[in-house]
Design a protein around this ligand. Sequence first.
Ligand SMILES: [Zn+2]
Length: 182
Amino acid sequence: MWEDRKMGAQGVRLALCFLVLLVTVSACKSGDEAPEEPEVREFPGVDERLWPFFIRFEEQAEQRGVIIDLVEEGITGVIQPIDEDNVAGTCNFNGRVPNHVMIDEAFFNAVGDLFREFIIFHELGHCSLFRDHLETADQFGRCTSIMRSGVEDCRDNYSFGTRSGYLDELYDPQFRGDIFRN
Ligand SMILES: [Zn+2]
């Protein structure tokens, strides 16, 4: 199990400044034909508030040539209070509840879309990509990966401007499965 530190108060304040992106799904009807089923991808065993992020995780992977099916992988997820201090999310990939993402409810409610994505993608990095923590920092002390543990020295730098580069790094095949190698 991995425990991930919440961002500091500054990060939360910063997060609140960002706009929330809304994912909308539309269904269309035409003429006499039977109405088409809305194309809503469903994730059994996953809190519906997590679905937009699960869909986005698959889409961002696909844009980088990585095919991921979180339903097939049997990944489940909940948003609920996590009692432990400063833990925003966890992911189990073995044990009694395999492939299970847990996001702290207070954290989820306190931050905007971008930082929800940050922590959910981090947990899916463990559960789906089997990535380990990576604490590397650049010359300015900024974390080079969203797979940082949050307890080491590097500073988070996830923003709309840096997101794409971080996601390139997240899905980079050279790191996939390193949980089993480290
Ligand atoms: Zn982690």
